[in-house]
Design a binder for this molecule. Structure first.
Ligand code: 13P
Ligand code: SF4
Length: 390
């Protein structure tokens, strides 16, 4: 088994681009207290004109969303990035794996820029290529590899996407995971899906949307020999779930759902599918960030909601809908710390650097990885019927 080193660099100190952790900003950032930041961002964006296109994920701060040309979930933003061939610079206000995907989907002459290189994703870091390759070999030893179709959640590094593209698999996001699983199970007789890196999205989709039983889902622990599974368990499984999770969505717990329901029997519980199975099965509605927004936009005035997803989005929804009761589904507030790395000082620094002709924080996936990651991403983009399933 390959030894996997995960150097735990404090954010903002040292450089380790491979793990997206603790990457230093290579320039002088304006102070967050600078009262001119908004005006500076406006001036720089205007100066760049049509050469820059700013994408903002729904989990970004308000101060950043204010400058986004489009906002969306990770699926929508991947499509939006691909649909802007005229923009020389795609400034991605989101996290590293999203910027990598945008780089893969855009033309070679376009540059994708991530305003803070420390904006990674702890879930994406939970599946490393060496670990996945070891697991793949172990599946061959167990005699099941020929049946396995690898599917990776968008929240994974480009080399994991490339692995899936190389071995007949695809990418999915939280808004099309069911369609991707349907596609995967149709690829081979007696197919099994190896799902990276979020066990919860994989389990929730398999059980709640595909009718697969919990017993047919097994968890592959990359830190145990053979993933901690016997050959018999692998033969019996339909879903092999990588042992990864989101640290933000993992915080939501079923007892809070029960408490809120007791306090307000009319409350609606709306959660993202990265939440644990026992939370999702207690919820009224489950879906991607785009689905969550649509649901609240269409909800009747006076209705009451508790939402289990990142706090910036929940806060924004609450502010936009003062006529509805909207609460966060946890006792303590919790932002995604890496999404929050992108702030106005980093955005201003990025835009002003581009105006001055300095390309900073360019995300450039190597050609070989890009070729196979593109195959896996294109298979996702070609999946049918996403809108109908939102
Ligand atoms: P979406 O796929 O809903 O955009 O979510 C991305 C994400 O990072 C959720 O934690
Ligand atoms: Fe990653 Fe979770 Fe943050 Fe999404 S919310 S970017 S999955 S750590």
């Amino acid at each position: 088994m390959t030894t996997v080193d995960l150097p735990l660099l404090p954010l903002g100190k040292g450089t380790d681009l491979n793990t997206e952790r603790g990457v230093e900003c290579p320039g002088d950032l304006p102070a967050p207290s600078d009262p001119d930041l908004v005006a500076r961002a406006k001036v720089a964006k205007e100066a760049l004109g049509g050469s820059v296109f700013i994408l903002g994920h729904h989990y970004q701060r308000d101060e950043v969303i204010a400058f986004a040309d489009v906002t969306g979930d990770s699926f929508k933003l991947a499509r939006d990035a691909a649909a802007r061939p005229e923009a020389e610079y795609i400034v991605f206000c989101g996290v590293h794996f999203m910027a990598e995907s945008a780089d893969v989907l855009t033309n070679d002459n376009q540059r994708v820029v991530l305003p803070d290189l420390a904006a990674g994703c702890s879930m994406a870091d939970m599946a490393r290529l060496g670990q996945v390759e070891d697991a793949w070999d172990a599946l061959a030893d167990a005699g099941v590899q020929d049946q396995v179709v690898p599917i990776t959640y968008m929240n994974s590094s480009a080399d994991i996407k490339a692995f899936c593209g190389r071995f007949g698999g695809a990418v999915c996001t939280s808004s099309n995971a069911d369609v991707a699983l349907e596609w995967a199970f149709a690829q081979k007789p007696d197919a099994k899906v190896f799902f990276f890196p979020d066990q919860h999205l994989g389990r929730n989709t398999a059980v709640l949307k595909m009718g697969i039983s919990l017993d047919e889902c097994v968890v592959w622990n990359p830190f145990l020999p053979n993933g901690g599974l016997t050959a018999e368990e692998l033969h019996a499984a339909k879903m092999i779930l990588w042992k990864g999770h989101c640290s933000v969505h993992g915080k939501f717990s079923p007892d809070v759902v029960d408490e809120l329901r007791e306090a307000d029997p009319d409350i609606n519980i709306l959660v993202h599918p990265e939440c644990k199975h026992e939370v999702v099965t207690r919820a009224d509605l489950v879906g991607s960030t785009e689905f969550i927004i649509k649901t609240i936009d269409e909800a009747p005035s006076g209705s009451s909601w508790a939402i289990g997803t990142e706090l910036n989005l929940v806060q924004r929804l609450a502010n936009a809908h003062p006529d509805k009761k909207i609460a966060f589904l946890d006792r303590t507030v919790c932002f995604c710390s890496t999404m929050n790395r992108i702030d106005l000082p980093h955005l201003v620094w990025t835009l002003e650097s581009l105006v001055a002709g300095h390309e900073v924080n360019v995300i450039d996936v190597d050609d070989e990885t890009e070729k196979f990651a593109h195959i896996a991403l294109q298979r996702m983009l070609d999946l049918p019927g996403r809108a109908a399933r939102d």
